[in-house]
Design a protein. Sequence first.
Length: 166
Amino acid sequence: MQVSFFEYHLWANKLIYKHLKELPEEVCFQEIQSVFPTLYDTLFHLYQVDFVWLGAIKGDPFEKIVEEVNRLKEENLERSLEKLENSYFQLGNKFREFKNSLENLDAITTLHHPSFGTLTTSYEELFQHVANHGTYHRGNITAMLSQLGYKGVPTDYIFYLYENQK
């Protein structure tokens, strides 16, 4: 993975938020039969999972991560797209700070999970996992938008490469 693959993840999510803000506000909260009940719920899931992975990659204990995720849920009760977007991009900056603090993305780290056990892998692979997870759910968002009668926005990696080749 190149370092830019994680930057692609943040770029693609920024496009999604920008696109959704151009649509009628109620679209994000309209319930549909899909992987998630609303577009907002999909975005919140992406935020939560990125939050979990940052904690895990940094070596936070599982119990602390669970406690903080519960706090995130409480803070999200108002379901504001603008607030979620701001929180998400602050989280992206925290990812960048941590990534930039690493001397070597190929360095090996070990994660411990009470159900899945122990995983020894590189930071690079963990950042790639976060980006890959985002790609999967941005696909869900595109499908959900289509189901609601709206077009999605192209977020394929190649578009990121074209835009950032300068």
